[in-house]
Write a protein that binds this ligand. Structure first.
Ligand code: ADP
Ligand code: MG
Length: 416
């Protein structure tokens, strides 16, 4: 989970886990052997008396301790993520050699294993790394199977079964960790988003009003001038159009600051789409974009705030047109889905959206356009959410984008 992002914080976490692991590894490894070779034989008939002189003998301990300087060197080299693998493979290899030296060519039944194997299994979830978990489980199982095959000894079956059971438990722990971390991350992300919104909201509330009032007088006077001197100036329509643009940006900002009260009324989706097209038609023609609508009727009226839904489709169709600098075709599909839902999709053949940008869609001020505001999708998202609907964006770079809006036809029925 954490190997992709090598932030100092995560590296610090990994080092902490490694340190704890190393301590436990050596403590378990040594105490288990002391217990097995010295204490157990004194009081019971189990265990072996004294350190073994067969197999690797003392070399086993020397080799296992050699893993430590190797690990410290790896950490110093800035690769703490490797240490857990060094220990796993180091231990497995040393253990295989030791067992083969002890059992190969003898008729002594195989009986081996150190409690550190339990440590490997149970400790694997704390690294929160699925790859490592699978390496540990399969590595230890593989070790027993390999030894079993070489020694032709069926006694390896019980440690294999035990390892599988313990792996299953460790897997549950790992999945819990993952799910917990995922929720934490998404809660954090939500908070971050809310904070951003709150800041924008305050800013919008403060300046939105200030801009709107002078803007409406400006528009009024411009219209008055236009009526008074209809033949003197070609720029009046452009001036009015630009004032409207500023107004719509301010409205978007105001929407975020104080989400408007939604007035749910029955409205015809055909009318909403027709209105949207009449607004965007001019821009489409200018850019050589043809808009085709396919409505699979009969379409029932939907319970919505018509004005706001118009805003949604204006934003989405404008985005589609703006994505096609060299013209093309935008297809608007409308149909009823079963379960009381209306489906509206807008498909363009435009520039598409890069993978790394997909996650930023809907973030305030995220735009890739020279004169974009990066507010359209955010407002769109908010309105659709207020309508208990969902917005999906599928895009392929340089091929086009499909935006799907699904909203309930009857809100009350939906809420129940
Ligand atoms: P703006 O249109 O002002 O840039 P939006 O919130 O409407 O802001 O869109 C944000 C960004 O999402 C755009 O700048 C663009 O990069 C991307 N985008 C949205 N819709 C499309 C689309 N249909 N095709 C390609 N890119 C899109
Ligand atoms: Mg836009």
């Amino acid at each position: 989970m954490n190997e992709g992002i090598r932030s100092p914080r995560l590296i610090f976490e990994e080092k902490k886990a490694i340190k704890l692991f190393l301590w436990l590894f050596y403590i378990f490894f040594i105490t288990y052997d002391i217990f097995y070779f010295f204490i157990l034989p004194k009081y019971t008939t189990y265990g072996k008396d004294g350190f073994p002189d067969n197999g690797l003998g003392y070399w086993l301990y020397v080799l296992v301790f050699c893993l430590l300087p190797l690990s410290i060197y790896t950490i110093k080299k800035g690769n703490p993520y490797l240490v857990k693998y060094i220990f796993l493979f180091g231990y497995i290899m040393i253990d295989i050699v030791d067992n083969l030296l002890i059992y190969l060519g003898t008729s002594v039944p195989f009986a081996s294993g150190n409690i550190v194997e339990l440590l490997f299994l149970f400790f694997s979830p704390i690294f929160v790394n699925k790859k490592y978990y699978w390496t540990v489980s399969l590595g230890i199982i593989g070790k027993y199977i390999l030894i079993g095959v070489i020694l032709q000894d069926a006694n390896v079956i019980s440690p294999v079964i035990l390892t599988i059971i313990l792996s299953a438990i460790a897997f549950i722990l790992l999945i819990r960790f993952y799910s917990y971390i995922k929720s934490l991350t998404s809660v954090h992300e939500e908070l971050r988003q809310k904070e951003k919104l709150a800041t924008i909201g305050q800013m919008a509330a403060a300046i939105g009003h200030e801009i709107r009032n002078p803007l409406s007088s400006l528009k009024g006077f411009t219209q008055l001038q236009q009526e008074r001197y209809p033949n003197t100036n070609d720029f009046y329509p452009i001036m009015i159009q630009e004032i409207d643009r500023i107004n719509s940006i301010v409205n978007d900002l105001m929407y975020l600051g104080k989400p408007k009260e939604i007035k749910f009324e029955k409205a015809s989706i055909e009318e909403i789409i027709a209105y949207t097209l009449s607004i965007t038609q001019q821009q489409a023609e200018r850019q050589g974009v043809n808009i085709e609508t396919i409505m699979k009727g009969p379409l029932p009226p939907i319970e919505c705030d018509g004005k706001q839904l118009k805003q949604v489709f204006i934003n989405l169709i404008k985005n589609a047109i703006e994505a096609m600098a060299d013209g093309g075709e935008v297809r608007v599909h409308v149909k009823v889905l079963e379960e009381n839902k209306m489906y509206i999709s807008i498909q363009d053949e435009g520039c598409g959206i890069a993978d790394e940008d997909i996650q930023n869609l809907g973030d305030p001020f995220f735009t890739t356009k020279k004169d974009g505001t990066g507010l359209g999708l955010m407002v769109t998202n908010q309105i659709i959410k207020d309508h208990f609907g969902e917005l999906k964006i599928l895009s392929e770079l340089n091929n086009g984008t499909l935006v799907e809006v699904i909203i309930p036809i009857e809100i009350n029925k939906f809420k129940i």
